[in-house]
Design a binder for this molecule. Structure first.
Ligand code: ZN
Length: 268
């Protein structure tokens, strides 16, 4: 596999998912596309906002496309010359909750992927995540979102450990301390010698759920029982771990927006 810098400048093709979009000029769009072959590329789609644009819905956020791109030597933004929609994820696009969670995953990728470096495993993980969010029932979407986010963290180089104590290697405990800083768990005794670290307390079941989250596929995740309080702890752990190690340092925009909307709905 070649990175974008290695290959000859010119025309190239790849499947990819549009992860971020913004307007450019009167009628164009700038998009971050997470491509299968070249990783993250920044793309300009000329005239994409015209009603009769040849791109149609292919430059909409969270759309899986087959794109033809061109690169000029003096530019670091590729041009999009043609694009076909492979998967449009209609359920994600018509449901605010699904869309917010899917955008949250895209937001993390957009902020942390290095440009022009192939990330095939992460690309496939992202595509699976979108297919899951598209298909699954909304009742279990929170579990899927946090599990996929933890998987992304692992693939971005921050793989946490939830199985054994990092101090003494003991594998069973009902009382763990998770270090947000180094992504490892410690038994009560070992955690005492690490007083300055940022710790979150976990019980045995919560640690087990988090370790399953890292590698679970759809059928395992669907069958995994996670109570409300376990979900709350898992969310706190993954959220703190993500903020500490990757960008953005604060709340994800899409989740903030969703919290606001659901709050307004319950209040009215
Ligand atoms: Zn220990």
């Amino acid at each position: 596999m070649t990175s974008l810098e290695d290959r000859d400048m010119g025309i190239f093709k790849s499947g990819g998912v549009v992860i971020a979009v913004k307007d450019s000029g009167e009628t164009s769009r700038l998009a971050d596309v997470f491509t299968e072959q070249y990783g993250l590329i920044r793309v300009k789609a000329k005239g994409a906002r015209r009603p009769e644009s040849r791109f149609g819905a292919a430059t909409d956020q969270l759309t899986y496309i087959q794109g033809v791109y061109y690169m000029r030597e003096d530019e670091n933004i590729a041009g999009l010359s043609a694009a076909d929609v492979i998967m449009g994820f209609p359920n994600i696009h018509k449901d605010l909750i699904k869309f917010s969670y899917a955008s949250g995953l895209a937001e993390v990728l957009s902020a942390n992927l290095p440009a022009g470096q192939p990330q095939k495993v992460l690309f496939n993980a992202f595509l699976s995540a979108l297919k899951d969010l598209e298909d699954i029932d909304k009742e279990i979407i929170e579990k899927f979102f946090w599990a996929h986010l933890l998987k992304f963290m692992s693939l971005l180089g921050y793989r946490p450990e939830f199985l054994i104590c990092s101090g003494c290697s003991v594998g069973k405990s009902s009382d763990w301390m998770f270090s947000v800083e180094n992504g490892r768990i410690y038994c009560k005794d070992c955690s005492k010698s690490l007083r300055d670290s940022l710790f979150i307390q976990l019980d045995g079941g919560e640690a087990r759920i988090l370790s399953i989250f890292i590698s679970a596929d759809r059928s395992v995740l669907s069958g995994l029982n996670v109570s409300d309080s376990q979900m709350k702890t898992a969310r706190a752990v993954i959220d703190a771990f993500r903020k500490y190690h990757t960008l953005p340092e604060n709340e994800l925009k899409s989740l903030r927006f969703m919290d606001q909307v659901t709050k307004e709905r319950t209040e009215s």
